[in-house]
Ligand binder design. Structure first.
Ligand SMILES: Nc1nc(O)c(N)c(N[C@@H]2O[C@H](COP(=O)(O)O)[C@@H](O)[C@H]2O)n1
Length: 204
């Protein structure tokens, strides 16, 4: 992925979770996720936990921490245990996490993404030019991988109103949470719809 240059005045910028578009941040509260029945407080927790499929104890330390910043610090301290292919899979893992966040928080997250119109979305960071971009005068410079994934999700899933009750698994080896495969991830409404339609079928 290549570095991009954005005009600060022409883009949707988010940095702190309390910003107008703070819900776009992986650190935002109010977008909890359910993977294999495990409730995960934020997208950041899930992203960091995915680095350690072979270490359920590290995953648990990350997920049981309420603060996403502290969860990230725990992850960083354990970086030497991270999966060796992490850098080559992290973007597809992040794309999958955003799909899960959208599926399980459709009303709020799709509305927030729609409010960004067709504008570029940029995560303002003070040092991370991979996931975000840094300020240089009136410009924002960086790969902005997270902003680009958010735009992709907005354009392909939200603008087309393509709500997904279930998100397909990633074809990544050892994609595990607490020792169990992360397969098809379905949200509660899918379970209710499935139970209802099964009950109707069984009745006939
Ligand atoms: N430290 C920090 N504070 C924030 O407020 C942030 N939004 C971020 N960025 C997020 O950190 C994640 C990447 O972590 P790694 O450096 O790859 O471990 C990703 O979710 C960024 O959006 N960082």
């Amino acid at each position: 992925m290549q570095t991009r240059k954005y005009n600060r005045n022409e883009v949707i910028v988010f940095c702190k979770t309390t910003d107008t578009y703070g819900g776009l941040s992986n650190m935002a509260a109010g977008y909890s996720l359910n993977i294999n029945g495990v409730i995960i407080p934020s997208a950041e927790h899930l992203y960091q936990a995915c680095k350690f499929p072979d270490f359920p104890n590290i995953q648990e330390a990350i997920i049981s921490e309420l603060s996403p910043v502290t969860a990230k610090i725990i992850s960083r301290k354990n970086n030497h245990f991270a999966r060796t292919d992490w850098k080559s899979i992290r973007v597809q893992v992040m794309r999958w996490i955003l799909e899960v966040k959208l599926s399980q928080n459709w009303d709020t997250f799709s509305q927030l993404l729609l409010q960004t119109d067709n504008k570029p979305i940029v995560e303002l960071s003070y040092k991370d030019t991979f996931w975000g971009a840094t300020l240089a005068g009136n410009s924002l410079l960086g790969i902005n991988a997270l902003g680009r994934l958010l735009m992709d999700v907005r354009d392909k899933d939200v603008k087309t109103n393509s709500y997904q009750a279930c998100v397909d698994p990633l074809s990544v080896t050892a994609f595990l949470l607490y020792g169990y495969d992360i397969g098809l991830v379905c949200n509660d409404s899918f379970d209710e719809e499935y139970t209802l339609s099964k009950a109707l079928l069984d009745h006939h």
